[in-house]
Design a protein around this ligand. Structure first.
Ligand code: C5P
Length: 233
């Protein structure tokens, strides 16, 4: 199964992205993630440009709408030739299946599709009091992951600390893409539940999303290489 370090391009302009990517030699094209900030600022052209430079790309737009709308939106993302895209599993099974249909190209290929279960910013109190979900956080996350698997999704986004449980529940082949990665000697910042790249791998992460430890490092290329070394061993 493929496994890699993904760098989130959490910048607000294309220029900042290109300045950052210019730090990498031509033969070293990291897997990158584009989220809402960059996509909504720069539009689909930024995705085309980065794909044209030879990067693999996770488009993190977390779709959540009625099945027909998600299906059509996913068809548009599939035409952008992204490698991974995602949705909120809270949209339920019919929406997830429609998303897969929309993503599938005429030749039968499609980007990987992964699900967001509960956002890591949602607390257990919010789960109960605002969302009116009586189950605990772990039970809810695993239930949503099972729903994603049943609908045919390829995996979920989760904390490295949840990756083992997700694999146990949904099978070893079900992908876990995990943010919340920090070097042992680094700052956790606003991430509450973190793991080092090496520990993330041992816990069952297939892809780690490692942002500020790389993008905010004095030497981002060295930090990226360190993450790859620690993660892939
Ligand atoms: O800088 P840092 O390593 O914290 O970046 C993590 C990336 O993963 C950010 O792009 C953030 O939006 C994303 N993410 C996350 N937690 C989630 C889902 C996505 O941190 N549950």
């Amino acid at each position: 199964m493929a496994t890699d370090v993904i760098i989130p391009l959490d910048f607000s302009s294309a220029q900042e992205v290109y300045d950052f990517l210019a730090l990498f030699p031509a033969q070293e094209r990291p897997y990158v993630k584009i989220g809402m900030e960059l996509f909504y600022s720069e539009g689909p052209e930024i995705v085309r440009q980065i794909k044209a430079r030879g990067h693999k790309l996770f488009l993190d737009l977390k779709l959540h709408d009625i099945p027909n709308t998600v299906k059509k939106a996913m068809a548009a993302l599939s035409r952008l030739d992204v490698d991974i895209c995602n949705l909120h599993t809270a949209g339920a099974g019919e929406m997830m299946k429609a998303a897969l249909e929309g993503l599938t190209r005429p030749d039968g290929t499609r980007p990987l599709l992964i699900g967001v279960t509960q956002l890591t910013s949602t607390s257990e109190t919010q789960l109960h009091e605002e969302l009116l979900i009586p189950a605990g956080m772990e039970e809810t996350v695993l239930h949503y992951a099972r729903g994603a698997k049943a609908a045919g999704l390829d995996g979920v986004v989760c904390s490295p600390l949840e990756a083992g449980q997700v694999k146990k529940t949904c099978g070893a082949g079900f992908l876990t893409v995990t943010p919340g990665v920090r070097f042992a000697d680094g700052e956790a910042g606003d991430q509450a539940r973190v793991a080092t790249p090496e520990r993330a791998r041992k816990l069952g992460s297939d892809y780690i999303v490692c942002g500020r430890p790389i993008t905010a490092a004095a030497d981002p290329l060295a930090a990226y290489r360190r993450a790859v070394r620690e993660f892939l061993g």
